[in-house]
Design a protein. Structure first.
Length: 616
């Protein structure tokens, strides 16, 4: 559900305004109404840039800690969890430490660049072996010059050896590396490419690489030491910047009245917290006044759901928050989303595996990760349930196993699953239309929603008349007449009263247009749910294929060792199938919710997230 909000105005004497804001921040319930842009505010722009700077360094230090994680559990904890600061640094000291981190990283980047250059030089000279440039200098002093050449193997001409002394240094599959020794000043007449040689020999380059590696390890050790001992202080810098940014944002949204003697501010407060806020401000002698909410107000949205529905709020926010005047879609689509995921994955073994893995990971995961793992556990429960109903377990069809033959009639076949997918789609689309009608009733009144409800009854009546006989359900004449009566009455309302206040002819024209949109849209929307059957069937078939491959490919292997390659094929195959199926099982339910359901429920979105002014 969407938490109800009240709008309040605050009027404070300018000399008491800082104390008032401090009290308001300590309450942590007021979402300040933003009426002015902050993009061009110098202080906020500077703070934002500083916050970005600190965030970059904190992310690097956090990544450095994780990269140094050891296998041993005790050392793993020490490496991934930054130790509390022995002494919390002051803001000035933390700022200086931040500059030190940036300097160390800059030196590390420069060292890496020089090492990359040295590696290129090493690769260029490695084909020539380990030699010293001192030897070449002695040749020059003796009146000879050494020229380095390289050419394709097919292009090498042995006739070159008659003109000068040639020494082949290295032959690869495609090239020949050789040296031509000639008297100084006499250029060798060889049609080959002269090699670009580094200025340093192989030993010097390797020494540079070794020194660079040691220097990099020294710099990383310093950075790791800072991360382990002062991570909290640097994180405190980020928190202080965010608090200061929020404070300045409130100052920007404040208006001055009465020759700058009074400061005026507006904000939104959850209804259940208004009494607490009024009491606290009244005790301190501050004035606040509840205001009327207008249609132009952009009211912030705060979602409040039960423990299960709350897990699906990230799915809602991934698309858009509902606006304040409509329903919270989270608890409405949550059970359908679970069902859709289970039908797409559609394997009891995969569902059980998902439940066990997420249950194990939840014991070690942080507080921020546990809701995601709990959501995956819900998906695992739905998948297990669908897998039991369809009789699929790690790609094995239980229907074909003799032990379960007595239960064959209770399993849902693939043909039945396709029909069930369409029926679920029809129900989901109609549920969306019902939600849309309820929303119109809540926003505009009952008379404006009559047409929306009429279309629902009209569609359901015709669905009963046409679909039930196709399902071998015989309708008595009385029931058939009742359905025709409901359809006729609904059609009258839908065609003649779809827009209260307009004349009959305009309503009739609007009804004809709505008929076309409903008929064409309903068929396409419902057929879209066949993807639930198709994705589930594909995953089940692929799992069965891997089972068959594991059995057939190892049939000729000795039974005592056959289990190992069979196990490897099954592990790799089912891991691949689970990965691919998980992607489809997330993407396609999202599509059905965001497109089919949101369209039919007339979801508007665009809600502004509730962010109270409080100290981090």
């Amino acid at each position: 559900m969407i938490v109800k909000m009240d709008k309040y105005a605050f009027l404070v004497y300018h000399k008491e305004y800082d104390a008032f804001l401090e009290r308001l921040r300590s309450l942590g319930v007021v979402h300040v109404k933003e009426t002015k842009p902050t993009a061009g505010h110098d202080v906020i722009v500077k703070l934002t840039a500083e916050n970005r700077r600190v965030t970059v360094q904190l992310e690097y230090l956090d990544g450095l800690l994780k990269a140094k994680t050891k296998v041993d559990d005790a050392r793993q904890t020490a490496a991934t969890e930054p130790a509390p600061d022995k002494k919390r640094l002051s803001p000035a000291e933390s700022g200086k430490l931040l500059g030190q981190v940036e300097e160390l990283r800059d030196r590390l980047d420069k060292n890496r660049a020089s090492m990359l250059l040295a590696e290129k030089e090493r690769d260029a000279i490695s084909a020539w072996g380990d030699f010293s440039y001192d030897t070449l200098e002695k040749l020059r002093e003796a009146g000879y010059a050494a020229t380095f050449f390289t050419c394709p193997e097919s292009h090498y001409d042995e006739a070159w050896e008659r003109d000068c002394d040639i020494f082949v240094i290295n032959r690869t599959q495609s090239a020949v590396h050789f040296i031509a020794i000639t008297p100084s000043g006499a250029a060798p007449s060889i049609d080959a490419d002269r090699a670009k040689m580094p200025l340093k020999d192989y030993r010097h380059i390797m020494a540079e690489l070794e020194a660079g590696q040691k220097y990099a390890e020294t710099l990383e050790a310093e950075l790791l030491d800072i991360a382990r001992n002062h991570y909290d202080s640097l994180k405190g810098v980020k928190t202080d910047i965010e608090n200061e940014t929020a404070w300045n944002n409130v100052l920007v949204q404040t208006d001055s009245r009465a020759d700058d003697k009074l400061m005026f501010l507006e904000g939104w407060i959850p209804v259940d917290r208004t009494a607490e806020m009024e009491t606290s401000l009244a005790d301190a002698g501050y004035f606040c006044l509840k205001q009327e909410i207008t249609d132009e107000d952009d009211i912030p949205v705060k979602l409040k759901n039960n423990r299960i529905a709350r897990l699906f709020e990230p799915v809602t926010k991934l698309y858009s928050l509902p606006n304040y005047h409509e329903f919270d879609s989270t608890p409405l689509f949550a059970p359908f989303f679970m069902l859709f995921f289970g039908m797409c994955l559609c394997d009891g073994g995969y569902g059980l595996l998902l439940i066990l893995i997420t249950g194990y990971l939840k014991r070690k995961a942080g507080a921020g990760m546990r809701p995601i793992l709990s959501l995956l556990q819900c998906f695992g429960v739905a998948t297990l349930a669908v897998g039991i109903v369809t009789g699929s377990f790690f790609g094995v069809s239980l229907v074909n196993i003799e032990y379960f033959s007595s239960l064959k009639k209770y399993f849902v076949s693939s043909d039945s699953l396709m029909i069930i997918s369409i029926m679920i789609g029809f129900f989901h689309v109609m549920f969306g239309k019902f939600v849309a009608a309820c929303k119109i009733k809540a926003q505009r009144g009952m008379k404006h929603s009559l047409s929306a409800f009429a279309w629902i009854f009209l569609i359901l009546a015709f669905a009963g008349i046409l679909a039930l006989p196709m399902m071998n359900v015989t309708l008595s004449p009385t029931v058939r007449h009742i359905l025709y009566g409901i359809a006729a009455l609904s059609a009258l309302v839908a065609f003649l009263y779809n827009t209260p206040g307009k004349n009959v002819f305009l309503n009739f024209g609007s009804g004809l247009w709505a008929t076309y949109n409903t008929a064409s849209g309903l068929v396409g929307d419902v057929l879209s749910y066949i993807r639930l059957y198709a994705i589930g069937l594909t995953g089940g078939l692929l799992g069965g294929v891997f089972n068959t491959i594991a059995i057939d490919m190892t049939a000729s292997i000795n039974p005592f060792v056959r289990w190992l390659p069979m196990l490897l094929i099954l592990l790799v195959g089912h891991a691949l199938n689970i990965g691919l199926s998980m992607i489809g099982s997330l993407v396609h339910p999202l599509r059905l919710v965001y497109v089919e359901y949101y369209k039919n429920s007339e979801f508007e979105g665009g809600g502004n997230d509730y962010k109270p002014f409080k100290k981090s």
